[in-house]
Ligand binder design. Structure first.
Ligand code: ASP
Length: 427
């Protein structure tokens, strides 16, 4: 109920922010429009919210990736299933982000508006140019000083150190367990911080959208709508084309049955925008409806809800192209490769709760030197996309689980094909 309430508030903020901004764009008085509202109250609320988000990037990326990689021993333990699952998760996320980059370049959501003027005026951001030298880019991943990496916001450097630390903790084993526990607690605390900051999201979203629309008027509506519709379309494409083809050709399973039985999970994901909230119903459905042996799904589903976020990666890929186009920055092959790598890592580090994908987006933007303030526009509409990307995140976990179970002889096809007792599965 509480989450639904936040959803409702966010949607109200979204609609009222756009309407207020559009009305404000008609106001003639510079004092009321610019000085009092756009550069005053709205800036305080909007930029304040953005600053709080930016504050979280470094600590969140660092702690969540150390924690994710230090739990890799689970994968070692489970051996073959673990390796298959891990490769599947990483591979499909790579595929998802590539599809998003292609689709965004076809749909061109950000062409036609020059947002740079607005952001420079309201937040002081400058348009940065892309790095062209791949060697320099790769070298920047290895920081010479971790504190400098933190203070300069070198997210790739932070990730590099986090992975190194996490893997080393795994290698040290038992002795490092207290440190692993510390990172586990740290991770939980930081997620709490995210949810506290997100409580202010409706105000932040209202202010950011209102000031954007007040400056741009109707012209901002078209690219934003293109971004939302384009991302949702690509999410649908990934679900219906890529996943269903995998189910048919690799899993040799009926996709219609999958979609029918996935419906209750879909609705939980859609309404809560949280993969982990759907975990109980996911596990139940996997065993009782899909016929997956618990030895497989009890490992693949919780792991998937932590590290596998194809829907989130799609949003990030689409957002990168959208933002680059709005700023008139053209991305080269190096940049795209960088986006694919960071979005896969971001997907591993994204927590399965609402809104974290948009915070992690800043890390993907940073990897190709796109201005972080551009998140301002994205965040305004992010909750709608979060509701749509979370079911895709979870669907990916189930497709992997089914395929791994099939190859391990841990799938009961009679249960999978039985569509009779569908009604009581969500209970
Ligand atoms: N809400 C997403 C999930 O739980 C994560 C995100 O993209 O924000 O899967």
């Amino acid at each position: 109920m509480k989450k639904l309430k936040l959803t409702t508030k966010t949607l109200i903020a979204l609609v009222s922010g756009i309407i207020f901004g559009l009305l404000l764009s008609l106001v003639d008085s510079t004092f009321i429009k610019q000085t009092l509202l756009i550069d005053g109250i709205l800036k305080l609320m909007g930029t304040g919210f953005l600053n709080a988000i930016k504050l979280l990037i470094g600590p969140l990326v660092f702690v969540s990736i150390v924690y994710a990689t230090s739990s890799l021993k689970e994968i070692q333990k489970i051996g073959r299933i673990g390796l298959k699952t891990f490769c599947f998760y990483i591979g499909t996320t790579g595929l998802a982000i590539t599809l998003a980059l292609i689709m965004a370049n076809i749909i061109n959501p950000g062409k036609g508006v020059d947002i740079s003027l607005l952001t420079q005026a309201t937040t002081g951001a400058t348009v940065t140019t892309n790095s062209v030298n791949i060697i320099d880019t790769l070298l920047s991943i290895i920081p010479t000083n971790i504190f400098v990496a933190f203070s300069e916001g070198n997210v790739l450097g932070i990730i590099f150190f986090a992975i190194l630390l996490g893997i080393s903790m795994t290698l040290v084993g038992e002795k490092a367990q207290p440190l692993v526990n510390l990172f586990e607690i740290g991770n939980e605390v930081l997620l709490k911080v995210v949810s506290v900051v997100m409580k202010f999201a409706p105000f932040g979203i209202f202010a950011l959208l209102a000031s954007n629309f007040a400056t741009f008027g109707y012209t901002a509506l078209v690219p934003l709508a293109k971004y939302v519709i384009g991302t949702i379309f690509t999410l649908g494409l990934h679900l219906l084309l890529i996943y269903m083809s995998m189910l048919i050709f690799i899993g040799k399973l009926n996709p219609m049955i999958f979609l029918k039985k996935f419906m209750p999970i879909f609705s939980v994901c859609f309404s809560t925008a949280s993969s982990s909230a759907s975990l109980p119903v996911s596990l139940k459905t996997s065993e009782e409806q899909f016929g997956v042996d618990p030895s497989v799904c009890s490992f693949t589903l919780p792991l998937g809800s932590t590290i596998n976020m194809d829907g989130t990666a799609i949003m990030q890929g689409f957002a990168v192209v959208f933002i680059a186009q709005m700023y008139g920055i053209s991305l080269g092959m190096n940049d795209y490769i960088m986006v694919i790598i960071t979005a896969v890592l971001a997907s591993v580090g994204t927590a399965s709760v609402p809104g974290v994908g948009a915070v992690m987006l800043t890390m993907v933007l940073a990897s190709v030197n796109l201005p972080l303030d551009a998140v301002a526009l994205i965040i305004g509409v992010d909750h709608i996309i979060d509701m749509c990307r979370t079911p895709v995140n979870v669907a990916g976990d189930h497709i992997c689980t089914l395929i791994v179970a099939k190859t391990e002889n841990a799938l009961d096809k009679t249960i999978y094909n039985n569509v009779e007792n569908l009604t009581d599965q969500a209970a």
